[in-house]
Design a protein around this ligand. Sequence first.
Ligand code: HEC
Length: 466
Amino acid sequence: MDLLKHLAIPQSVEHFHVLIVIGGMISIVLYPYLGFLLGSSVLSYFYNRKGTRERNRQLTKFANDLIDIVLFNKSVPTYLALVPSFSSIFIYAQLLQSTDAISVGLAGYGFILLLIAIVSLYAYKYTFRLRGVLHDYEGLLEGRKHGAVGVEEIRDYSEETIKSHFASGRVGIVFLVAASFLIVSSMAVTANPSNWNDLSTIFALFISPDVLIRVLQFAALAAGATGVGILYFFLAWQGGREGLDSVQRFFVRRLATRLIVGSLLSLPVFVVLSIVVLPASSLSGSLYGFAAVALVLIFLTAQSVYAYHRNSQPRYVNSAVYTLAVASVFLSLNDQVAVHNATNVQAAYLAYRYDVATEELKSRLGVAAPSVSGEDIYNGRCSACHLFDQKKIGPAYKDVLTKYGGKKDQLVAFVLNPIKKDPAFPPMPNQGLKPAEADSIVSYLLRRLGSVDAKATAPGQTVPLK
Ligand code: HEC
């Protein structure tokens, strides 16, 4: 993955800021969805196991519904998780080029694990259905008079399906946990410049306070997103899910409320802690501002959930969904501000490298001279009075410059401070150049005169630079 950092192209400060904004938009969709996916898969697996053991069909149905909702179709995880996670690899590669930060590698492996996780969870989701079909078919065969032709095979096949069904659920969850850890820590490492050098292996992540706090903050957000998601999709959206009796509604509501309460109580603690551990270079007024807004929204979410608890009106669920969504937007913005502040110095450094690279490219293509362009100064100031091969108000350069051969410093001194030379000409007015500008115009004159002599260039013709 370090290869990516070497392939990263130099960028201007503007590009740098665009990247930070894109990074913000990515985290706005990625973290809440990833949290919801994680929460739903774990709960689905848990209740599936429980339901299968207790032969409780309602629990397995709930487990099935959960995974169905969060992996509704292929576009949902693709656009809300895979594409954002993939793009973040390139963003970190651009932002952190020429540093030792391991964020790019973390984001890269995070993406690969996420891909495996989502494929496995899809397998888990589809075998749910297959399992149901096989079960029904088995029952059908058993009911037939002519004995059990094929019942054994179906039973074996059904058992195998159940085994691989649970196995893919397990694999999916393990990979999803690992992927979330890597993705969250790639951001945590980026947001704190002292981590760029200090954290050089995956193991170091486990003992870094700010990585751990962010992982816990993500876990709290995941619980909240899952709780609110469950309330919304089971009880509020389009009048709630069909076929739920009052016992099931009560079960869903109690589960969701527990998740939300746990999340809303712990989130503020982690938000505050995550700010406390940041170094001064990552902090700023807007960071505190966004954090404060997020905390207020978390409080409002808690209030909506409480209101729903007291009288079950779906509109309270809706407002809880919106406030929590906006809260998580502010939490993402908060992270991005931290990343932005952390990478300020880096941005300036990269912008400098960008200028150097642009100059190199230009001079390679013969578009302009390197550094503060001498040619621009000539065209802008000197050409009013000087040409190379004809006298104008001042003498032709080809007549006066030969005496400066090998004495560049003297020529620079004259340009900075012209003194009376030739009685045939009026004195040259001071052009008010800075030393660096005088240096570059003089280099340009000498260089160009060299090639004028060598090739007798016609006036106005562009001279290829060496
Ligand atoms: C307003 C007209 C004017 C402008 C603009 C002007 N010059 Fe001159 N320059 C003159 C004149 C007139 C002389 C002759 C002065 C003399 O011989 O005393 C001169 C002389 C020179 C000489 C010859 C000095 C010598 O030792 O004989 C150099 C070199 C020179 N200029 C460079 C420049 C450069 C470089 C610029 C642009 C940054 C520039 N000039 C802009 C009018 C101008």
